[in-house]
Design a protein around this ligand. Structure first.
Ligand code: PLP
Length: 345
């Protein structure tokens, strides 16, 4: 009679119809992100952490920067929360707010470059008694970058996964009753990751990537898929972060950083979203760099038609560009970047 499988004697390898299938037990799991810890909540996307917060805390209003990603504003509006957009001062902090205890206040760690600034941390402290959310989706690290504070990150912006959102909820604000009942099905959009790998960066995978990215907008409120959680466990996040930080430092030695961020320091366990540069015209510089296969990022060009923006916010729109940190630039790419920064494109 066959022995029943126990935890110690679980069979390694499985099969379907006689074919061996993928078995997670055969993979080395780094587990750097400690996804099972009780202060983490796992979602299909970063924006779902906002949905969960709204459903658990039931705020009347949210104070948030008007210079902000549309998906964040939408997440609050979908839950019937009134937006109270604030302007930014020259330190990327709120110019004027008047929150009360029924409100959520959102601080954005702009581009992952604010976390060590004393005035940013002072604002975090000033709002600790309220329902404070630090949107940390432009930074990524091994833990909550803002201990004791509700925060969220978006792994797909940093690691080779197609989706995922992690909320750090140290005070236990998210109630179990409002957590998503369904989990995401990442496998439906994971194909492009493998295609990109097999393409060797030659380009046909871009269409798959764009399709997968567009699908995210339709992703309903749901938990992180087992496939994404597994994949995140599999990645050596520590080494990945060290590589990104190395690329940041190399760029800093080659091309001047945007002056707004000259006093930026990063902790060894975190990476910002990119390396910031000042260019005379962000749209033109972005296009010029793309011709050299440097895919620089602008935030958020769709705000260009917004009449409300102040001089600081317009500066961010028109002159700030982020160079990705996922790979080092070649010497001709560095030259193209120098040209873009000096304005001779
Ligand atoms: C500032 C900011 N916060 C939150 C999000 C939401 O992250 P996700 O796309 O994982 O929902 C995004 C991006 O899309 C963002 O840019």
């Amino acid at each position: 009679m066959p022995m029943p499988a126990t935890a110690e004697h679980a069979p390694v390898g499985g099969e379907v119809g006689g074919y061996p299938v993928f078995d997670p037990q055969l993979c080395h799991r780094f587990g750097h992100l400690q996804l099972q810890r009780s202060d983490r909540r796992l979602f299909a996307l970063g924006r779902h952490a906002i949905t969960a917060l709204c459903r658990s805390v039931r705020p009347r209003r949210v104070w948030l920067p008007r210079f902000m990603c549309h998906s964040v504003k939408q997440a609050f509006e979908n839950e019937g929360v009134v937006l109270m957009p604030y302007a930014l001062n020259e330190r990327l902090l709120p110019q004027q707010t008047d929150p009360d205890e029924q409100d959520v206040v959102l601080l954005f760690n702009y581009f992952g470059l604010q976390a060590h600034r004393s005035d940013f941390l002072a604002q975090v402290d000033a709002w600790r008694g309220l329902h404070l959310l630090v949107d940390n989706t432009h930074s990524f690290g091994l833990d909550n970058q803002f201990p004791g504070v509700f925060s969220c990150v978006s792994p797909r912006k940093f690691l080779p996964v197609t989706d995922g959102g992690i909320a750090y909820d140290p005070a236990g604000w998210l109630s179990k009753a409002h957590m998503p009942s369904a989990t995401d099905a990442s496998w439906q959009r994971m194909g492009w990751l493998f295609r990109a790998w097999e393409d060797g960066g030659r380009g046909p995978s871009y269409a798959d990537y764009a399709q997968a990215r567009d699908q995210l907008r339709q992703t309903p409120y749901s938990g992180m898929s087992p496939a994404t959680a597994f994949w995140l466990d599999l990645i050596d996040v520590q080494t990945w972060l060290a590589l990104r930080q190395g690329h940041y430092q190399t760029l800093a030695a080659q091309v001047p950083c945007h002056p707004l961020f000259s006093d930026f320091r990063h902790g060894s366990d975190f990476s910002p979203i990119g390396y910031p540069v000042h260019v005379p015209h962000a749209g033109q510089a972005q296009a010029a760099l793309a011709r050299h296969k440097v895919f620089a990022v602008r935030y958020w060009p769709e705000l260009e038609t917004s009449p409300a923006l102040n001089a600081m916010e317009k500066e961010l729109l028109q002159h700030l560009l982020f160079i990705p940190l996922s790979a080092p630039l070649s010497p001709p790419q560095v030259e193209a970047l120098r040209t873009a920064v000096s304005g001779t494109v």
